[in-house]
Design a protein around this ligand. Structure first.
Ligand code: 13P
Length: 240
């Protein structure tokens, strides 16, 4: 099971102060062999976080990258090689918040290809909006996102899929159990042998419901991951 913290645009150096508590918890956690914990902080914290987590099994990832592999005149951008060079092992690509800002499927495909060739593992986000869900377009949208996002990419164990329905992100609403099970099954049929995580309002209360869905391979956690107690709680409760 994966537990991935997406800190989004939150956190300064002082946010790293509580990491030792997560490390301490994880060190003695009985299930640690079957659990993977990954932090995706803002780029400014990747290096200091990698240093703090050096002696632990917890890994660090980034939240996005530029699509080009070479250095270039792209003010404000960072590419996958640069992320790798400061210690990132993963990168989130295709998050709905980035898609909303103009990232399209073609760009996502390029970012995934280049991140893989830089040696990063990719957390590829897909998910429908509320409007699409209401129009019963969920499967169609997911199909398109998968087909174009992974175009000409050989199946890779270095890709994780994160199903994040846009309407569930930051809203406190999660899909119904049956609905989520079916959507994850659908995704797994489309792309065989890849891990599929769920993201969207995962917290220490609803984890008791979510953990019952057998085909979920982990969680991508936004808000609740910034509070170490809540994050630890989510991991603990998954196995209680
Ligand atoms: P929340 O957990 O805050 O809903 O965010 C989910 C998310 O977007 C993770 O990538």
């Amino acid at each position: 099971m994966y537990f991935i913290a997406n800190w989004k645009m939150f956190g300064g150096l002082n946010s790293l102060n509580s990491l030792h508590k997560v490390m301490k918890f994880f060190k003695t956690f009985k299930k640690k062999r079957i659990v993977k914990v990954i932090y995706c902080p803002p780029n400014t914290l990747i290096r200091p976080m990698t240093k703090k987590l050096k002696n632990s099994k917890i890994e660090v990832g980034a939240q996005n990258c530029h699509e080009k592999l070479e250095y270039g005149a792209f003010t404000g951008s960072v590419n996958s090689k640069m992320l790798k060079s400061v210690g990132a092992k993963y990168v989130i690509i295709g998050h709905s918040e980035v898609r909303k800002a103009g990232e399209n499927n073609r760009l996502i495909n390029l970012k995934i290809k280049n991140s893989l060739s830089s040696g990063l593992k990719v957390i590829f986000c897909i998910g429908e909006t509320l409007k699409e869900k209401r129009k019963k377009l969920t499967k169609k949208v997911l199909n398109q996102q998968i087909a174009s996002g992974l175009k000409k990419i050989k199946k890779s164990k270095n890709i994780l899929i994160a199903y994040e329905p846009v309407w569930a992100i930051g809203t406190g609403i999660i899909p119904k159990k049956k609905e989520l099970f079916e959507t994850i099954t659908f995704i797994k049929k489309k792309i065989k042998n890849l891990k599929v995580l769920y993201g969207g309002s995962v917290n220490s209360d609803n984890i008791n419901q979510l953990k019952l869905i057998e085909n979920i391979d982990g969680f991508l956690i936004g808000g609740a991951s910034q509070d170490h107690k809540k994050f630890i709680d989510i991991i603990k409760k998954t196995y209680n």
